[in-house]
Design a protein around this ligand. Structure first.
Ligand SMILES: Cc1ncc(COP(=O)(O)O)c(C=O)c1O
Length: 378
């Protein structure tokens, strides 16, 4: 477990921010990196051509460490939706086949597959919310021979349910089904290993557990898809991009590896350094250590709120960093407004209260939430 890292952030003492799954705060050092990057645009005469490439390569190299992969397999994308749309554009799905999704799956990992199914005469197959909260078993049961793609997360975002992607990946390979992953609610706080899971595509937006900026994501593309079709046909993804004077000598070739899947204008001088700085810090802390730190806060909260009538599945069925509490009655967004008036911040997703602490949270933050819930129960 890590000692509290709040001093690295700009969180006022009277704010209990327990909402990383919504949007992480930036570290002071990451904000500084962003300001420096933004200022580069104020003096474009100082920008050199290689800088259109070096920042993205630095991003790719460090992002690859979160997957246990290499920079060559990483594309710089705008969002989770961008990465999943890229996957849907490339993975073959035939007439009558199925694409597996979870109940209440996040829309960015639903709509691309819904469209693909409509276009190809296939259908979505939805894994219903398991009564025993065992999402892994429910997915394994649903993986039948007609499934062409399993489009899944590591953590189901409205329940905190954790999926064992190693077992699911193995089952997919046995069936010949492709695996497309949305790791937005887990990358940076749950260890992930492409060698063990073997996904075809796996994406994460950077603005949650990667502690990075909004409008940026990291996409892992397995080598077998490196010859695939990108969403955008821009100049920077091509093999002649480095020589600005020859851009109109149009080339049929793309840059190497997964770089062809990069979004246009990926050389964002303001946001890319923010993401890189944040990822460096996460690796310095250690992903297991971050996970254990969040888990300890959540365990404390789970026990205290149980006395008030709230419940949540235990680990390992739920992810350690992600506590979705159910009350005796379905909860509504009204709860978050009431808590926000006390400067206590959580989310309501579905009908549960989602509490997602990080290394900047203190025991006092947890006690403030418990105190508010006790007062509301009276
Ligand atoms: C599971 C999950 N995936 C993705 C996202 C963000 O998607 P996008 O980057 O497409 O906006 C969120 C945001 O809440 C999420 O919870």
């Amino acid at each position: 477990m890590l000692p509290c890292q709040r001093h690295l952030f700009e969180i006022p003492d009277d704010v209990a921010y327990l909402n990383c799954a919504y949007m992480s705060p930036l570290m002071k050092a990451a904000t500084e990196a962003g300001i420096c990057g933004l200022k580069r645009k104020a003096r474009p005469w100082e920008l050199t051509a290689p800088e259109f490439f070096t920042g993205a390569e630095e991003f790719r190299t460090i992002a690859a460490e979160f997957f246990g992969s290499t920079a060559d397999c990483i594309a710089v994308v705008a969002s989770a939706g961008y990465g999943l749309q890229t996957a849907a554009r490339n993975l073959p799905v035939g007439k009558g086949q199925k694409i597996l999704v979870l109940d209440e799956q996040f829309p960015s990992n639903y709509y691309p597959w819904q469209q693909l199914a409509r276009k190809n005469g296939a259908a979505l197959k939805m894994v219903r919310w398991p009564a025993d909260n065992d999402w892994t078993a429910a997915v394994l049961d649903s993986l039948t021979s007609d499934v062409a793609v399993a489009a899944l997360p590591n953590v189901q975002w409205t329940s905190g349910g954790r999926l064992d992607l190693v077992r699911i990946g193995e089952a997919c390979r046995k069936l010949g089904a492709a695996l497309a992953l949305d790791l937005t609610q887990s990358l940076g706080v749950l260890p992930f290993d492409v060698a063990a899971v073997q996904p075809d595509f796996a994406v994460a937006a950077t603005y949650k557990w990667l502690l990075g900026p909004y409008s940026l994501g990291v996409l892992y593309v397995a080598p077998k898809w490196h010859g695939g079709s990108p969403l955008e046909e821009g100049w920077i993804q091509r093999d002649n991009a480095q020589d600005f004077s020859s851009l109109v000598l149009y080339s049929d070739g793309y840059d190497t590896g997964a770089r062809r899947f990069d979004m246009g204008e990926r050389a964002n001088f303001a946001s890319v350094p923010v993401a890189v700085r944040a990822m460096q810090q996460i690796l310095d802390w250690g992903i297991e250590e971050i996970s254990a730190t969040s888990a300890a806060s959540n365990q404390y909260l789970a026990e205290a709120t149980a006395e008030l009538g709230f419940s949540a599945p235990n680990e390992p069925l739920r992810a350690p960093h992600y506590l979705c509490l159910r009350g005796a009655e379905p909860l509504t967004s009204e709860l978050t407004f009431t808590l926000a008036r006390e400067k206590v911040y959580v989310s309501v997703r579905g009908t549960s209260m989602r509490v997602t602490p990080h290394v900047y949270n203190t025991r006092e933050d947890c006690d403030r939430l418990i105190g508010c819930l006790k007062r509301m129960a009276k």
